[in-house]
Design a protein around this ligand. Structure first.
Ligand code: ADP
Length: 200
């Protein structure tokens, strides 16, 4: 729904000024992968490293957002799409503020991730595929969700009763069955370093 009585107010302080002040190039690192694949674990370890490097970050995590901004949404296809759309818009505001934003959501559908990618300028949206086979995620089952889903207690559970569409061309591809958390963080930091995100 658009409203013709609302006009976009041009801010005096631009994204570029925020970026220069923070000595970094803002971006959105969009983690996607099955439940239990390691998104939260790697995202938190990455944020800690960036913090130690005096970088300005914000971590948006699936469960936390569902307790707050998106607590009115469920897990139907329509609600999942709206969940991701809102997170994309919030991430965009944080990127405008000059932050390195890390989002950790299953985000199972290619089309939803494409909608978020399209909100950003070329190079700003960095898709990080946390690629862990379903079998391993199910063995880990850190929150006990798979056990419940197999018993039919969680409807529309990604990987069990709802599909996961893997990224075709992720900017960063991490295979947690072959890489430690530390290796994964190093791989992401190297990507950011090579493309000049860690200095303005
Ligand atoms: P998600 O956020 O994708 O649902 P979590 O990060 O909450 O996943 O859970 C992943 C679980 O897998 C954690 O218990 C973590 O310690 C474990 N794990 C084991 N090996 C790895 C690895 N190489 N990378 C990331 N997580 C791993």
């Amino acid at each position: 729904m658009s409203n013709s009585n609302i006009v976009w107010h041009q801010h005096h302080i631009t994204k570029q000024q925020h970026s220069i002040q923070k000595q970094q190039k803002p971006c959105l690192l969009w983690f996607t992968g099955l439940s239990g694949s390691g998104k939260s674990t790697i995202a938190n370890a990455l944020e800690s490293q960036l913090y130690a490097m005096k970088k300005h970050t914000y971590l948006l995590d699936g469960d936390n957002v569902r307790h707050s901004l998106n607590k009115d949404l469920g897990f139907s296809d329509a609600d999942r799409i709206e969940n991701i759309r809102r997170i994309g818009e919030v991430s965009k505001l944080f990127v405008d503020a000059g932050l390195i934003v890390i989002s950790a959501f299953i985000s199972p559908f290619l089309s939803d991730r494409q909608i978020v990618r399209d909100l950003f300028q070329e190079g700003e949206f960095i898709e990080v595929f946390i690629d862990t086979p379903l079998k391993i995620c199910e063995q880990r089952d850190p929150k006990g969700f798979y056990q419940k889903a197999r018993k039919g207690e969680i409807p529309n559970f990604t990987g069990i009763s709802s599909p996961y569409e893997a990224p075709k061309y992720p900017e960063i591809h991490i295979s947690t069955s072959h890489q430690s958390v530390e290796d994964s963080v190093s791989q992401i930091l190297e990507y950011l370093r090579q493309r000049g995100f860690l200095n303005a």
